[in-house]
Design a protein around this ligand. Structure first.
Ligand SMILES: [Zn+2]
Ligand SMILES: [Zn+2]
Length: 290
């Protein structure tokens, strides 16, 4: 059983502890009880995504028992053999571009949902769009991602309003050192959960922010570029109340590669959203789970 953090605070001091994935790549393979000067970066990574609680400063570079246990949980979720030690596959999984939101809900490993909105007719506003792509193309990608969640059969709708009006979700491309959640180094984007379940600042609006400084965004699969619709679909899942999934096919899996698209919901995603938003009679459904 992984040692879990005491709890996530309403402000993001805990999840902002950003780690250096390049340093993680330089650490040699380590067994239990072994040390490396950069091993604290592995601990920061495990802490950021809720696998590990705070560790004492004197043991921060040692692969101790609580870290081994956290590594086993991480390996299980990323389909890596559960050794509890630091090997090549684990370092590779930690270095992949990913979402900044935590993988695990503190204290409840089995749960994959946070909490739902009280209304389903949601509004959103757009701030600065990606500098990588024409605004109309960027906006169309966002709209398609929202439509995919609308089609999940639980009656969710998304209407765009001006940012001067009240809105539920605010979508914007920002600098890597985003003041509400630092995305520098290892993360592509972040969002937050619905009001009442927030990890950052209790909205509305709930943020959906992309890193526009360290990543190039695209409409489609292009080398070294990230598909807007794919990442937006994932982040909106958080805005609706979903945590990360351990199912690799799920849109809520925490890592994504460049040069690919994944623009549909998996059965796991549909099951998750239907646990959060009970299906009402007379709501048309285009995607039935098993
Ligand atoms: Zn995420
Ligand atoms: Zn942000």
């Amino acid at each position: 059983m992984a040692q879990m953090p005491i709890g996530i605070k309403p402000k993001c001091s805990f999840i902002c502890a950003s780690y250096d994935r390049k340093k993680i790549a330089t650490i040699p393979d380590l067994g239990r009880g072994e040390k490396d000067d950069n091993f604290h970066e592995v601990k920061k990574c495990l802490q950021q995504y809720n696998y590990l609680g705070e560790s004492s400063p004197d043991s921060q570079n040692t692969l101790d028992e609580s870290t081994a246990s956290a590594l086993e949980t991480f390996q299980q979720r990323y389909n890596i053999p559960q050794s509890g030690v630091l090997g090549h596959e684990t370092k590779e999984a930690m270095a992949k571009p990913r979402c900044a939101m935590p993988d695990l809900q503190p204290g409840a490993l089995a749960f994959s949902i946070s909490g739902a909105w009280r209304h389903r007719n949601l509004t959103y506003a757009l701030g600065k769009l990606s500098q990588s792509i024409a605004p109309s193309v960027c906006e169309a990608a966002i709209e398609r991602a929202l439509t995919t969640w609308s089609n999940a059969g639980v009656g969710l709708t998304f209407n765009k309003v001006a940012d001067t009006e009240d809105h539920d979700i605010f979508i914007e491309w920002r600098r890597a050192d985003d003041p509400d959640l630092n995305m520098a180094g290892s993360t592509l984007a972040h969002a937050d959960f619905p009001p009442g379940f927030s990890l950052i600042l209790d909205g509305p609006p709930v943020p959906l922010h992309f890193d526009d400084e360290e990543h190039t965004w695209s409409d489609g699969a292009f080398e070294d570029e990230f598909d807007i619709e794919t990442t937006c679909l994932h982040e909106i899942g958080h805005c609706l109340g979903l945590y990360h999934s351990k199912v690799p096919e799920s849109i809520m899996f925490p890592t994504v590669s460049s040069n690919m698209t994944s623009r549909t919901l998996a059965d796991d995603d549909v099951k998750g959203i239907r646990r959060l938003y009970k299906t009402r009679p007379n709501v048309p459904s285009r995607s039935e789970p098993n």
